[in-house]
Design a protein around this ligand. Structure first.
Ligand code: AP5
Ligand code: ZN
Length: 214
């Protein structure tokens, strides 16, 4: 099964993708994570994109399509979860071509629908584990009281440079200008399914499982 999780920043794409990885052995392809890895490894590309990401703008199609192509070649037995990709119509066309080249199909595009007003709280409360990438939230999924990640035991709490109100405004604007047209694009192809991303994490999880069972 190959799926796209589509939604604005803070919709819960990464949270649900990690769950699907654990539960179904799917492989999460998050272009955001790949770009942040490139930054921490200090590569030329990582340096080039750092400011763009911190401001909340999109990096070029060329860069992210290249990252995805590399990963697709490696294959995935449980299927791929595209998380944060595609984000432009050009990326969507490129993904269609890449999948066709590899003999793969896209089984569903799952829209995670949320209100804009919920996103500020989601984003400004987020932290991730430096050890394993588990996603936490100050209110809805706080760090365990002993300060250790429940998944890997690490005590390293990371916050993203673009998780502030100013950058979030830009990220939302980018989403509405460049990414939201993909909803119509995939609707027209007959691939679009929508889940209510405002529910709690377990309810969202159940709705996605129901879509995948169809
Ligand atoms: P990226 O890393 O993809 O960030 P994003 O799309 O802004 O998405 P987020 O990771 O912020 O949110 P999410 O939906 O995964 O939410 P999460 O599960 O963490 O991209 C970052 C940047 O990289 C971009 O701005 C761009 O510059 C660049 N980039 C990446 N891909 C690109 C591409 N394809 N093209 C061009 N540029 C690209 O949840 C958020 C918080 O809410 C967490 O704290 C979580 O615990 C909590 N939460 C989750 N679900 C729930 C729930 N149901 N109820 C309550 N709280 C919840
Ligand atoms: Zn951890």
């Amino acid at each position: 099964t190959n799926i796209i999780l589509l939604g604005p920043p803070g919709a819960g794409k990464g949270t649900q993708a990690r769950h699907l990885t654990d539960a179904r052995g799917m492989v999460q392809l998050s272009t955001g994570d790949m770009l942040r890895d490139a930054q921490s490894s200090g590569s030329e590309m990582g340096k080039k994109v750092a400011d763009v990401i911190a401001r909340g703008e999109l990096v070029t199609d060329e860069i992210v399509i290249g990252l995805i192509r590399e990963k697709l070649v490696e294959g995935a037995e449980g299927g791929f979860i595209f998380d944060g990709f595609p984000r432009t119509l050009g990326q969507a066309d490129a993904l269609g071509e890449l999948l066709a080249e590899m003999g793969l199909t896209l089984d569903a595009v799952i829209e995670m629908a949320v209100d804009d007003s919920a996103l500020v709280a989601r984003i400004t409360g987020r932290s991730t584990c430096g050890g394993c990438g588990e996603v936490y939230h100050d209110q809805t999924k706080p760090w365990p009281a002993d300060g250790k990640c429940s998944n890997c035991g690490s005590t390293e709490v990371k916050r993203r440079a673009d998780d502030n109100e100013e950058s979030l405004k830009t990220r939302l604007m980018e989403y509405y200008k460049k990414t939201s047209p993909l909803l119509g694009y995939y609707y027209a192809k007959g691939d679009l399914q929508s889940v209510d991303g405002l529910q709690n994490m377990d309810a969202v999880k159940a709705d996605i499982a129901a879509v995948l069972a169809e």
